[in-house]
Design a protein around this ligand. Structure first.
Ligand SMILES: Cc1cc2nc3c(=O)[nH]c(=O)nc-3n(C[C@H](O)[C@H](O)[C@H](O)COP(=O)(O)OP(=O)(O)OC[C@H]3O[C@@H](n4cnc5c(N)ncnc54)[C@H](O)[C@@H]3O)c2cc1C
Length: 385
């Protein structure tokens, strides 16, 4: 008797879920693959939401996988479908609108959500976070040339989204509670150079200070800082980091810490449940970056379909995508000066390479010249003196 084909259910059609579906199909011709997403688009580039916000691309240009691709791959994509529960004993996931879908193998690729700090007034109209196309549509509808935008958070997303608003003609002020910009990518010297460059582009910055309150009627009008300074605001964008979506892990009873804990096969604590992408925690790392989600999706999909590939981690590398600024950070940036480093400084250039005790390259900060970025990522990944 022929073995019954497997039923794979994937929650989330971001890069992790979609890459996994593709690799399940590569390794299993027969299985049924059901890909569920609460969003209303097929797989699209979350990274390029920045370009959409700036008005450089429209929605259709964001889409990476057109509907025909799903048909060719025999992947059943169900958009507008939010999974709200799961019963691990019966192996089903359930929906907010009622109904359920059984699975033999389940992949949690549900990504993360924007973290909103407990700021009074953050629920007013005109206060946004940017995680998905629905957020981006709302922000765009609120943009107006000559208006004032306050961005809360001076990390990569805050600066890139702030730049998109600036390009739409808004006056942008960034508030960051740490004393420097890009605290996870830059050391104090690099951050100071970046601030000068961005001020030259028209940004204003308030560093080392928290937002006390967002004020207005039903709609935002002002942002009040802890030192009582008041910034007028037609739009507030909160970019204070992301947190993995852990609700389903709770329903399934799989082990979790900051993210869903996975082993190097991308299995969770339940053998029939895998996880990949922003939602996971692997050896203490919650990566939150596209290349890690893609790689985990590839390995999880392959292994769900019977493979045994092992995930070895991803070198954290980030690039600031603001036209006119070349900036990237790789691995350990050593903001506290704990390691030996080599620094090159010049007009508009700051480059630092960080070495451990065994003289292995463990990280780099590149500002003004990122021409050797891919070589440096490889060198950090090689882990050799
Ligand atoms: C504006 C922006 C710019 C970025 N820029 C970069 C960059 O330059 N470089 C980089 O490396 N990374 C960048 N990132 C991060 C990168 O996009 C993420 O690391 C990546 O998208 C994670 O992929 P994922 O598949 O794990 O999750 P996601 O892309 O978050 O996809 C998860 C999907 O699951 C859906 N979902 C969640 N819960 C449920 C549920 N219960 N039922 C149904 N569907 C559900 C979500 O709606 C979402 O569509 C950026 C992120 C944003 C928002």
């Amino acid at each position: 008797m022929a073995a019954q084909s497997k039923r794979y259910v994937i929650v989330g059609n971001g890069v992790a879920g979609t890459t996994a579906a593709e690799h399940i199909r590569k390794n299993d011709e027969e299985g049924r693959i059901i890909l569920l997403t609460e969003e209303d688009l097929p797989f699209y580039s979350r990274i390029r939401l920045i370009d959409y916000l700036a008005g450089d691309v429209d929605e259709a240009e964001l889409v990476i996988r057109a509907p025909e691709w799903y048909a060719q791959q025999r992947i059943e994509l169900r958009t507008g479908t939010r999974v709200t529960g799961a019963d691990p004993d019966r192996r089903v996931v359930t929906f907010d609108r009622g109904g359920e879908i059984p699975y033999d193998l389940l992949l949690l690729a549900s990504g993360s959500h924007s973290f909103i700090p407990p700021i009074i007034g953050s629920d007013k109209l005109g206060s946004f976070a940017l995680r998905n196309i629905a957020d981006a549509r709302q922000i765009v509808s609120r943009c107006r040339a000559g208006g004032e935008a306050v961005v809360i958070g001076g990390g990569l997303l805050g600066l890139e989204a702030g730049n998109s608003l600036r390009r739409r003609g808004m006056q942008v002020t960034v508030v960051e509670f740490l004393p420097r910009l890009l605290p996870r990518q830059l050391d104090p010297t690099g951050a100071e150079k970046l601030r000068e460059i961005m001020e030259g582009m028209g940004f204003s910055f308030h560093l080392n200070i928290s937002v006390h309150e967002i004020q207005g009627g039903t709609t935002v009008e002002r942002v009040v800082l802890d030192d009582c300074e008041v910034l007028t605001a037609d739009l507030v964008l909160i970019a204070a980091g992301v947190r993995p979506n852990l609700d389903l892990a709770g329903h399934l009873g799989v082990a979790r810490n900051k993210g869903i804990l996975v082993d190097d096969l991308l299995r969770t604590s339940r053998p029939e449940v895998f996880a990949a992408g922003d939602v996971t925690e692997f050896e203490g790392n919650v990566y939150g970056i596209w290349p890690a989600a893609a790689e985990q999706g590839r390995i999880a999909g392959t292994n769900m379909a019977g493979g045994s590939q092992r995930y070895r981690g991803t070198v954290a590398a980030n690039k600031l995508k603001v036209a006119g600024i070349d900036l990237a950070a790789v691995g350990e940036i050593d903001a506290e000066g704990r390691y030996r480093s080599e620094v090159e400084e010049g007009e508009g250039v700051y480059r630092k390479r960080v070495f451990d005790q065994e003289n292995r390259l463990i990280g780099a900060v590149l500002l003004g010249d990122i021409s050797d970025l891919s070589g440096l990522i490889r060198a950090v990944g090689d882990n050799r003196p």
